[in-house]
Design a protein around this ligand. Sequence first.
Ligand code: ADP
Ligand code: MG
Ligand code: MG
Length: 249
Amino acid sequence: GPVLAVRDLHLSIGGAVIIDGVSLAVPRGEMLGVIGPNGAGKTTLFNLLSGVMRPTAGTVHLAGDDVTARSVDARARAGLGRTFQTSSLFDGLTAVENVRLAAQAALGGALSLVRFPGRGGAATERARDRLDQVGLAHHEHTVAGGLAHGDKRKLEIAMLLASDPHVILLDEPMAGVGSADVEGLMDLIRRVHREHGTTVLMVEHHMDVVLGLVDRLAVMHHGQLLACDSPEAVMADPTVQSAYLGATA
Ligand code: ADP
Ligand code: MG
Ligand code: MG
């Protein structure tokens, strides 16, 4: 079955309908793009998938298990990882320290910046490996706050990979990234997806990025899923054209 599935998901907050009956099944290993105008409910959908928010109605299944009532941590332990639209880095810590904290959390050890002799080796080793994987090995000892914007996004992905997730949710990974760095980030996401068979859901506004990366495209609008199909079919869909393309610059 699908690695991730939502059935008739609803979310209302204070009388406002935010998610309005979304059903979606994501096969293992798929790269799914999520697009839609600002305020369509994309980030909220990710919040519901990752457990940051609970739906008013409907279910979320991860690898066949109903995780609707489970916490963010429980879903993370079950292999679901996510990045946030705003940076979750500790600016004053070095790149390797940031990833080591994520690795310590994933390995179940106590969080500590201090390396005791003979301890914390696994987390450090894993942190170095993930930095290498995202191409930031040379910035191991650079403080996160001093990294270029594109490198900060790569560092966030390294932290995400520290927990060995098999499903990752990327919320606007290219946001604020200069055109020179977009290619590198795309390559990184493609590589993670291909080499590890990771299922990827990605909210992204750059259409050239989306179309070059994804297997299918999900279109959100007013809390509903308007379409979910191949990029070609979605872009040719007149409902999508009027709702999405008409509503963005
Ligand atoms: P997108 O990511 O597609 O831009 P969001 O999921 O962030 O959209 O927001 C969808 C709608 O839900 C917006 O109208 C937003 O104002 C509203 N919303 C999101 N989170 C909350 C919240 N915690 N309380 C009230 N309204 C919210
Ligand atoms: Mg938005
Ligand atoms: Mg958003």
